[in-house]
Write a protein that binds this ligand. Structure first.
Ligand code: HEM
Length: 134
């Protein structure tokens, strides 16, 4: 059964474009992981203020393996700091600049906090997924 993991990232007013740019630079790091089924970066509209990082995986184990992989750690916190996701590095008050050696050039994170929301896919549909054969 596929699983969906959504990282909800709090972003200060005006910092959205910076966050989006950083994700754009890192997209390649997840695309080839075993069990990876999809990613969407969702920009908030309406009342929601957080960005949602939607990811879908074939199994829970595939997601866990990615979180423990060097690709994840490189993109998120260097080699040591990825422990404790979600929100592990979240909070990151000043002083953790440099925890993004691979991607953001040592700049501090844009987000001010993050929460991991976890789901199992019960049903899904899309264009052409219907059972009508005609
Ligand atoms: C559900 C799976 C994921 C989890 C648990 C997760 C975890 C996190 C956390 C805790 C942060 C810290 C937010 C902050 O910077 O304040 C973050 C930021 C970030 N993540 Fe993820 N993430 C996930 C998926 C992804 C994916 C798929 C990508 C790549 C496409 C990605 C790339 C990034 C980038 C670029 C940042 C911003 C770093 C910055 O502000 O400099 N993440 N993520």
């Amino acid at each position: 059964m596929s699983v969906v993991k959504i990282n909800a990232i709090e972003v200060p007013e005006g910092a959205g474009p910076m966050l989006e740019q950083r994700f754009a630079q890192r997209l390649g790091e997840v695309e080839n992981m075993a069990g990876f089924e999809g990613f969407e970066l969702l920009r908030p509209t309406g009342g929601e203020k957080r960005y949602f990082v939607y990811t879908r995986w074939a199994t829970e184990e595939d997601f866990r393996a990615w979180v423990e992989s060097s690709a994840f750690k490189r993109g998120h916190a260097g080699d040591s700091g990825a422990e404790g996701h979600p929100g592990g590095p979240g909070g990151h008050p000043g002083g953790d600049a440099g925890r993004h050696p691979g991607g953001s050039g040592g700049r501090p994170p844009v987000g001010t906090g993050a929460d991991l929301l976890e789901f199992e896919v019960v049903m899904s549909a899309g264009p052409g997924d219907g059972t009508d054969q005609d």
